[in-house]
Each structure stands twice: as structure tokens, then as C-alpha cells.
Design a protein around this ligand. Sequence first.
Ligand code: UDP
Ligand code: MG
Length: 310
Amino acid sequence: MKLNIVIPCYNEEEVLRETTKQLTALVDAMIEEGLLSACDILYVDDGSKDGTWRMVEEMQPQSHYVHGLKLAHNVGHQNALWAGLSYSVGKCDAAVSIDADLQHDIHKIRDMVLAYQDGFEIVYGIRNDRATDSAFKKRTALSFYRLMQKMGVDLIPNHADFRLLGKNALQALADFPERNLFLRGMVRLLGFKETEVRFDCNDRFAGKSKYTLRKMFNFAIDGITSFSVQPLRVITVIGLLCVGVSVAEMVYILIAYFQGNAIRGWASLLFSVWFLGGLLLFSVGVVGEYIGKIYKEVKRRPRYIIEKQV
Ligand code: UDP
Ligand code: MG
């Protein structure tokens, strides 16, 4: 079988040589063993500002496996991954997506291929624990999965984008028309036979995380709003509650009036003005988030633009 290994890279010049070295050794061994007949290591340069692409161009002629796609600008991890996966459709029997920084245990690729050969179309790589993460990352990741669960989004905890997709899954995924990509939610919708492989997460080989806090926040919002309309429902419920409160308040005011009590309390009045104002703005914001999504979808702009390939 032919395997594609898809690796999105954003400013990864510090790690690429080592990644290529380790992957090449692994692929050599798998070919020797007869597990694979051929393999492409496909680097997707997500508009890096450093020497990532130059390095891919240098490595390509020296290697049996390395190929590269250069995207014209930074479109984010999910879109870059999509670029590599859709490029692989029809060119391989299965594709593994993995991060460039060697945090994912590359040796599990072998287990994934074995699972594929056993008839599993999708194989998830799942982290055993988060020992190597900072306390902050651990906490944000955990609350992210919990929040997603509350919102009714079907996700596998501790599974990032390290997974194998067979050619049928790849083809099915490529037919998803949506622009707002949240791959780990989308793959769950495919319904093919799936299994998992557990791995220990390493430290980043070199360099810093390319997922800034802002990117993480955007990713979470995208995940929720692409997969759940629960926030809209919450707003409706809060709105109804507010109406209930105001009716009760009206009754209270009338009683107070007939009892001849002067209405006091600027503070409570001001509080409710601000509170309701804030609530309204927030609600409009949430609705706007969804309208923004619709706006993006209807324009049907390309998810990425390929500038060069080797
Ligand atoms: N990445 C990307 N585009 C981006 C940000 C990240 O292609 O805009 C790639 C990055 O090069 C890496 C993978 O996505 O291969 C995961 O990123 P990173 O390791 O920085 O995230 P973390 O492991 O800290 O969550
Ligand atoms: Mg990483």
C-alpha cells in the first residue's frame, strides 16, 4: 500500500530536518518490512515567514519521500491540513496527518497502518496523558473538551489531528463543502469503521508552539459554532428568563406603589440597565458569530491557494 504523511508546517525550520530524518528511517523500515510499497512525506508550508520552504526545496531532491506544497499565505493549521489531505485524495491508500514538531510519536504510524490493513478506515491517535504540557495548556485543553461535550459536539478527548484516514474516508471528507474547518469534529461524522492508537506525547523537538493563545481561542469558537447551535438556544432561554424577571419586577413595583412606598434605588436601576445592555450585546455577538459563518460559507472562497509544489 502507498501511504501519504501529511505535515502542516508554520515557521518550522528548526525541526524539519530532524522530522525528515526520523520519518525517513521509519518509512525505510516499514518498506523493508513489506508494510508499505511507497510513501510520500508531504510538507504543507502554511505561509511560513522563515526558511521552511527553502528547506523543503533543499530536502526534496535528496530524499525518496519528501514532497512539498507551498501555500500562498498563512491559512491556519486546519486549512493547511486540509490542503495536504485533499491533495492526497486518489494518490494514496491512506494518509496520516501529524504535526511537524515530533510531539506525536511517529512510531505509532506503524500501528496505524497495521490497523488500516486490519480493515479500519479511520485510526485516531490519542494522547495518554498531558504530562509534557504546561499547567495552563492542560487546563485550557481540558475545559475545551468539557465545553464541547456540553455543547453536544462529538469529540474524542485528547485526540488532536494525529490520525490515519483510509482512501474512502479521505474521499468522503473531501466532499464536505464547508469552509469553517474543524477536522476532528468532521471526521467523527464520517461513520466509517474506526479505532484508536495510544501514544505518549513528547516535548516539542525545537522552536515554540505556533498555536498562540489567540489561535487557540479562535479554534475553540470555530469548533463550537461550526458544530453546535446550542449557544443560540442558551440565548433564547436567557431572554425568556429576563422577561420573567421583569414581569416579577413590575408586580413588585405596582405593589410598592399602592402601598405608598417611594421607589428608591438608583443602584439597582443602573445595574439592570448595564446588565441587560451587556446581555443584549453579547447575544447579538453570538448571533453575529453564526451569521459570520454563513457569510463565509456562501462566498465559497477557496480554503487555501497553492503557490508552488515540489
Ligand atoms: N501550524 C500550521 N499553521 C498555523 C499554526 C500551526 O500549519 O497557523 C502547524 C505547526 O507547524 C505544527 C502543527 O500545526 O506542525 C501544530 O502546531 P503546534 O505544534 O505549534 O501546536 P501545539 O502542539 O502547541 O498545540
Ligand atoms: Mg506541537
